[in-house]
Design a protein around this ligand. Structure first.
Ligand code: BGC
Length: 408
């Protein structure tokens, strides 16, 4: 019996998003952004990973790693390639993927929006279009009516806080704007749309007489610490927490069955609002501070503040040679286990990511997968990494031993 045992019905799995692994889609704004030269290594999501072609073997990989759950994304730009036209073949594709997951006994989580916007909407002011509520909910209604009987958990929008920061403040995701006011405003828009989408999903299930699913959204959850003991830095930490997470939960907390927590790292905050890395300590290839103990703090503080069940919908590390990932995984799971012992209601853990994927502004030059993808080979050959095997063993035992923890 492992010393660090998880609850019997704990969800164990990994996460992906549609556009970061599917390939073969030129119909969304991230593709257009990529071919305009905004990606560090010059790669683009259309040529990446080819999960759309290889989804059958990719579902098998989940089973090989003993998953009992998995998060996938569906691509709005495929499902509704032109305004008001819904592509049944795309929906049938996702239906087949979900049926295969179900046949293997996997619980499914599906993300409806993960950073990409169809071109037809991007060209009409994107999320600032006054009809965004109607557009998004119409897409949600069609998709949920087609797939809902196979889905256990829905995520309406992935990381609206990152979307606001990267698309409208730092300008490194499309549409590449740098406007503080717009970054604030998009948060409000997405919160409103989330609440409407939450109701839309429930209505579809009620109409179809299906048991209600769990609906949430996911937030990037950096654990902030003041850069010094000065009052100004402490104030800056409070403010950034409020802007980055607080406002996103306050507005939607009555429309969340769970919070999707996406924890990767901890940052220091300096006055007025500058987040910087810690001066020392272990870092990932992206320079992110690896701080598993802050994961425990993020989980416990989140539960104390909001009392909404948590599912860890992302946690992982950029590490090209799988040198950091095994220890990263075990240490983060240890701190997650501690939080559960302290009565924090965490229902599951989905590692980011199943496969080496198209890592946003970094492109293909940054690997997050439990499964290696040979980006050069025509078949994009997949190989489970040692961390993927290790994770599979942990899942099989529903925990891990003291000996394993000490090894890392
Ligand atoms: C995003 C993913 C991304 C990951 C690693 C999260 O912010 O949801 O799309 O790949 O972090 O950067």
């Amino acid at each position: 019996m492992p010393e660090y045992l998880f609850p019997p019905d704990f969800l164990w799995g990994s996460s992906t998003s549609a556009f970061q692994i599917e390939g073969d889609c030129q119909n969304h704004d991230f593709y257009r952004w990529a071919i305009k030269g905004h990606i560090k290594d010059g790669s683009n999501p259309n040529d990446a990973v080819h999960h759309y072609r290889h989804y059958i073997e990719d579902v098998q990989l989940l089973q090989e790693m003993n998953h009992n759950a998995a998060r996938i994304g569906v691509e709005w730009a495929r499902i509704e390639p032109q305004e008001g036209f819904f592509d049944e073949a795309a929906l049938a594709h996702y239906r087949d993927e979900l049926m295969r997951m179900k046949a293997l006994g996997l619980k499914s989580m599906v993300t409806l929006h993960h950073f990409t916007t169809p071109l037809w909407l991007a060209d009409q002011n994107g999320w600032f279009n006054p009809q965004i509520n109607d557009y998004f909910c119409r897409y949600v209604q069609k998709t949920v009516a087609f797939l809902g009987d196979l889905v256990d958990f829905w995520l309406t929008i992935n990381e609206p806080n990152t979307y606001a920061a990267e698309s409208y403040f730092r300008g490194i995701f499309p549409p590449g704007e740098k406007c503080f006011w717009k970054a604030l405003k998009i948060g409000k828009i997405m919160s409103r749309v989330h609440c409407q989408a939450y109701a839309t999903i429930q209505q579809v299930y009620q109409k179809e007489n299906w048991p209600l699913p769990q609906i949430g959204w996911s937030l990037a959850w950096i654990y902030f610490l003041p850069a010094s003991g000065s009052m100004l830095d402490r104030l800056a930490k409070q403010l950034i927490e409020k802007l980055f997470v607080g406002t996103y939960l306050k507005k939607v907390q009555n429309h969340l069955d769970f919070i999707g927590m996406q924890y990767y790292r901890s940052d220091l905050v300096k006055f007025p609002l500058i987040n910087t890395p810690h001066p020392a300590g272990e870092k990932s290839k992206l320079g992110w501070d690896i701080m598993p103990d802050k994961f425990y703090l993020a989980l416990t503080e989140c539960w104390q503040k909001y009392q909404i069940p948590i599912i860890v919908t992302e946690n992982g590390v950029c590490d090209d040679h799988d040198e950091l990932r095994p220890a990263y995984l075990v240490k983060h799971l240890y701190h997650l286990w501690r939080a559960i012992q302290d009565k924090v209601l965490v229902k599951g853990y989905l590692h980011w990511s199943t496969l080496d994927n198209f890592e946003l502004a970094e492109g293909l030059s940054c690997r997050f997968g439990l499964v290696h993808v040979d980006h050069e080979s025509p078949e994009r050959t997949r190989t489970i990494k040692p961390s993927g095997r290790l994770y599979g063993e942990i899942i099989k035992q529903n925990g891990f031993s003291q000996e394993l923890l000490e090894r890392y």
